[in-house]
Design a protein around this ligand. Structure first.
Ligand SMILES: [Zn+2]
Length: 497
């Protein structure tokens, strides 16, 4: 057996690496910078933990996620490995405890939240470790947070760019679960990685089945049914903090005791919720998307979104928390066409509040990009193609249809919508721009056809790029040049509906 495998067996008790892990470990041991894009549940943390153990030195891990850090420290200590995490959430007692642990000569993993790196004491500590040749590597976890093109941009991550110059010769490894090519390029550039080794594993998860459908007016029964027919733990994502409470109460009416979780809860309450989620045998947790990064529960059998997710990347990350044990799991999205507008406006207002942080032109790109992401997500939800295929394409991966999702299973009947499309496009002829709602009302009145149909068709024509939609959140619709060509000489538009 080679030395890497025997180290893996000695420290973790496993007999083989998961896809992608080994070459990243080798790159770190060879002193090379690297970028690893490994799917959620693909064992990213092992990539930087094992080198620390083999070299008997220290690896510093930067992570924005306190829950993830604490969870990993707990797991490492269970294996008898000295590890500590330092972040703003520590109280006095735990801070003192942490600094005494930092003096431990056998400390192998030090988890830091990004703002800690600016702290002078911390820098001194790291310089000492560096000079004593104990610093094996610096790992930047959730590295996509550095890119304003990513779905989870955190401005503080931009400061990590200086790490490279602080510790010359110490390899930096950037890790993330989802990073399309543009985000990968940003990570390499902004972290200043030197000819990095890049490992990108497929984000496909062959044990997950995606299903997306319209949310009914009273979705409780659908939710209860989904929970009851799933194995293991269930994760239910809602959009707002107030929805967490609302759904907790609704589920209670159906005799389901759900655990609430959102970022507005205090540290102790969140820890308690997390603990309950990890301990109960079949927990149901209702949360905003603040929950879940790094939560190490393998048997999540259901990830249910009660709103349209904001982007395919974010959705892949959230749904990726299902079935990490490799057994079949369901990913269900219940959405309504109105979700799209609410999210669009939210993007606009969050961009406005951050406009002092970034230059104006970058802000504009960001708004446009977020709106584009949202449209792509809508395309996944409302489109007639394989869910997984469209999701993968949005992160730059071309794959065949999955055969497992509701679209693949349904074998849909297609019909030609070009006549209706012609009527709809004609209503946009004057070029003044019209809101979706007014358009729908006008067409329903003129044609006696249902509002539902016209709304749906208008969305499809936006995705078809025959209509342009304003990015300001108001969604004014304009006829595109391609729409005019269609009107001059219509072609078949085959949709399943
Ligand atoms: Zn499919």
């Amino acid at each position: 057996m080679d030395s890497l495998l025997s180290a893996l067996r000695q420290h973790y008790g496993w007999s083989s690496f998961r896809p992608g892990q080994r070459p990243v470990v080798e790159a770190i041991l060879a002193g090379k910078d690297s970028l690893a894009v490994l799917a959620t549940g693909g064992g990213k943390s092992l990539c930087y933990q094992l080198p620390a153990l083999i070299r008997e030195g220290l690896v510093v891990v930067i992570s924005p996620l306190i829950a993830l850090m604490e969870d990993q420290v707990l797991q490492l200590r269970k294996r008898g490995i000295a590890a500590v995490s330092i972040h703003a959430g520590l109280d006095e007692k735990r801070r003192i405890e942490a600094s005494s642990k930092m003096k431990d000569k056998n400390l192998r993993l030090l988890y830091l939240s990004p703002e800690r790196l600016g702290n002078e004491v911390m820098r001194d500590f790291l310089s000492n470790a560096f000079e004593g040749r104990k610093l094996v590597a610096i790992a930047v976890d959730e590295a996509h947070c550095i890119s304003s093109w990513g779905h989870d941009f955190r401005p503080i991550y931009r400061r990590l760019g200086e790490i490279r110059s602080l510790f010359p010769g110490v390899p930096v490894v950037a890790l993330t679960a989802t990073a399309p090519p543009r985000v990968r390029a940003d990570i390499i550039r902004l972290l200043n990685l030197k000819s990095p080794f890049v490992k990108v594993c497929s984000a496909r998860r062959s044990n997950l089945s995606y299903c997306m459908r319209r949310r009914s007016k009273e979705p409780l029964q659908d939710v209860v049914k989904a929970i009851k027919s799933s194995r293991g733990a269930s994760l239910i994502y809602v959009r707002k903090r107030s929805d967490v409470e609302k759904w907790k109460n609704l589920l209670l009416e159906a005799d389901i005791e759900a655990i609430p979780y959102h970022a507005g809860m205090n540290h102790v309450a969140r820890q308690k919720a997390m603990g309950a989620f990890l301990e109960q045998s079949k927990p149901v947790l209702v949360a905003t998307i603040a929950f879940g990064m790094g939560v190490d529960r393998g048997d999540v059998g259901l990830v249910l979104h009660l709103n349209l997710p904001a982007s395919p990347e974010g959705y892949l990350q959230e749904s990726g928390r299902a079935g990490r044990d490799g057994l079949p799991a369901n990913c269900l999205v219940l959405f309504s066409p109105g979700d799209r507008k609410r999210l669009g406006l939210a993007i606009k207002s969050s961009a406005l509040s951050s406009s002092s942080r970034l230059g104006n032109s970058e802000d504009e790109y960001r708004i446009e990009f977020s709106q584009k992401q949202l449209r792509r997500m809508e395309e996944v939800a409302e489109g007639t193609f394989c869910r997984e295929k469209v999701l993968m394409e949005s992160i730059g991966e071309i794959v065949p249809p999955c055969g497992r999702c509701d679209r693949c299973q349904a074998n849909p009947k297609y019909q030609d919508w070009s006549k209706q499309a012609f009527i709809l496009l004609a209503a946009l002829e004057d070029g003044k721009g019209i809101a979706l709602k007014s358009l729908i009302q006008r067409l329903s009145k003129e044609t006696c056809k249902g509002q539902e149909n016209w709304g749906w068709l208008a969305r499809r024509l936006v995705q078809e790029e025959l209509i342009k939609e304003s990015n300001d959140g108001y969604q004014l619709l304009y006829l595109k040049e391609s729409g005019r060509s269609f009107k001059r000489k219509p072609w078949p538009l085959m949709y399943a509906a």
